[in-house]
Design a protein around this ligand. Sequence first.
Ligand code: FDA
Length: 306
Amino acid sequence: MPLLRSFFIALSQNRALRSFAERSSVGRKMSSRFVAGMTVEDAIAACERLNREGIAATLDSLGESVTKETEARRSADVYHQLLDAIAAHSLNANVSVKLSQMGMDFDPGLAETIVGELVEHASRVDSFVRIDMEGSPYTEATISMTEHLQSRSRDRVGTVLQAYLYRTETDAERLLDQRIRIRLCKGAYKEPPEIAFPDKKDVDTNYGKLARRMMTSGVFCGIATHDEAIVESLLTFVRERSVSKDTFEFQMLYGIRRDLQRRLVRMGFGVRVYVPFGPEWYPYFMRRLAERPANVIFLLKNLLQS
Ligand code: FDA
C-alpha cells in the first residue's frame, strides 16, 4: 500500500498527464466522484444541497502552484465571487485556499496581500477563510501568515495542521495560545521519516491525542477525518468528558463517507464538507486515489457500467 500511495502522489505531480486528464471528458467524468463540478454555480448548487441536509460547506476553487501574478489574482477573484455568492444565497459555508495558488512560490508578500484581502472580504460578509496546509516546505510560512492575518482580523482566518508531522504538537500549542482555529487532518503529502511518522498507526495515535487536546482547548476546531475508529473514540471522549458540541465540528471531503456525515448530523454534531470544484482538479483527485487506491477499481467499474 505505501508503494501505491507513493505512485499516485508521484502521478499527482506529473504535468503531461495532468494536462491530458484535465482536458479529457473521461477524466472530467471520473473526477466528478470527488469534485463538485467545474464552475462557481456548480459549487454553490452542491453547497445548497449539503445545507438542505444540515451540512455546512467549505468551498475550494481547485488550483495550486501558480507562477504569475495574473494567475494568482485570477484565482483570488474566484474566491471573491464565492464569498459574495455565499452571502447572497445566505449559505452556511466558508472558503478554503491554498497559498501556492495565491503566489506563495514566487512572491510571499503578494500571497499575503491577496489572502489578507480575502480575509477582509470574509469579515465583511461574516464568513471565514481557512488556509489549507500543503507539503512541508510550506508549513512554517503558512502558520506565520495565519498568525499575521489573525492579528488583523480576529477569528476570520484559521489554518490546518497535519497529524503526520512530528512538529504538529508544538504548532498546535502555538496556534491555540493565539486562539487561532485549527482544522486537524492526518496529512496528504509525501513526507520523509525525518519529519513525519512513517507508520500509519503512529499517525492515527497522534491524531487522537491532538484531537482530544483541541476539543478541550476552548478554541473552536475542525476534526477532519473519515476514520470511523477515530470518530467513534472521539464520540466516547465527548460523552465521558461532557465536551460541548459547540466547540468543534467534524469535517469530511465531498463524496467520501456520506453515510458517516449524515449519521453525525442526526446525532446533533456539526458537520462541514470540503467542496472542491474547478477545471484544475487533477492533483486533488490523484491525492484522493493515493489515500485509497481501491478507488481506482471503483471508478473504472463505474466508467464501464455507464
Ligand atoms: P484514512 O486515510 O486512514 O482513512 C480512513 C477511512 O476513510 C478509510 O478507511 C476510508 O473508509 C475513508 N477514506 C479516506 N480517504 C478516502 C478516499 N480518498 N476515498 C474513499 N474513502 C476514503 N490534507 C492536507 O495535507 N492538507 C489539508 O489542508 C487538508 N484538508 C482537508 C480537509 C478536510 C475537510 C479533510 C476531511 C481532509 C483534508 N486533508 C488535508 C486530507 C487528509 O490529510 C487525509 O489525507 C484524508 O482525510 C484521508 O485521511 P483520513 O483521516 O480520512 O483517514
